[in-house]
Design a protein around this ligand. Structure first.
Ligand SMILES: [Zn+2]
Ligand SMILES: [Zn+2]
Length: 233
């Protein structure tokens, strides 16, 4: 049988050559900014977020450690900040078989990008969250006594971690993210970042072309209060 696509060294399409083993310390901005969707991300399997429970079993008390790094699906965000699609979501979770189902707990680490609610500067940060959720067995008391959309379920012998992690991340995202806690925002007059301007930045000074005229005009009407009082009487 002839191979459908002959393997000629050097003829590989550039896309297939994307570095797969990018060191974890690599700058986040690289992958986020270039919008690189490594082909490998899609090849990780049809349901990279789904965990098979065969290994864990149903024996209450058994445990399984789960460490995975998965590409973030689209749509994890709020108005000003979110997880870039394809960003590395690191899961460090413990699956624990309990009477009612599977208790998932541990840590989630995601990159976040967005813009400052005060000065609109770009924000690049990461978010580390503790999560804990019970995935109930179908037919368990927990399932029977909960509203359908209130409980996560073990489906078949699998759990889907994506909705759980997404909800935890989206809930933790600030509605008004700040570049720094002390961000002073923008100058109302010129629109520049106040933190980038000298502390004495102000627009009080008159245009120099009017300086000569200003010298001949009384500084402010309030200063000559005597006149106002006599007019009121
Ligand atoms: Zn800011
Ligand atoms: Zn200004």
């Amino acid at each position: 049988m002839p191979a459908a696509s002959p393997h000629r060294p050097g003829a590989a399409p550039s896309d297939a050559r994307r570095p797969r083993g990018v060191p974890s310390g690599a700058r986040r901005s690289d992958s986020a900014a270039s919008g690189a969707r490594p082909a490998g991300a899609r090849r990780a399997g049809p349901h990279p977020w789904v965990v098979e429970l065969r290994e864990l079993g149903r024996c209450a008390g058994s445990m399984q450690q789960l460490e995975r790094t998965l590409p973030a699906p689209p749509g994890w965000g709020v108005e000003l900040i979110g997880v870039p699609e394809g960003g590395e979501v690191r899961l460090d979770l413990r699956l624990e078989s309990v009477m009612e189902g599977v208790l998932v707990s541990g840590e989630v680490d995601v990159p976040v990008t967005g813009s400052c609610a005060r000065c609109l500067d770009a924000i690049e940060d990461s978010l580390v969250l503790d999560v804990q959720e019970l995935f109930a067995y179908e037919g368990s008391t927990t399932e029977a006594t909960s509203e359908e959309d209130e409980v996560r379920l073990v489906e078949g012998e699998r759990i889907d971690l994506e909705p759980m992690v997404r909800d935890a991340v989206v809930l933790a995202l600030p509605l008004a993210p700040l570049c720094t806690d002390e961000c002073a925002g923008l100058c109302a007059d010129c629109g520049q970042r106040l933190d980038d301007l000298p502390p004495d930045h102000s627009h009080d000074q008159l245009d120099p072309r009017w300086a000569g005229l200003a010298a001949r005009v009384p500084p402010s009407p309030d200063a000559s209060g005597g006149d106002n009082r006599s007019e009121e009487n």
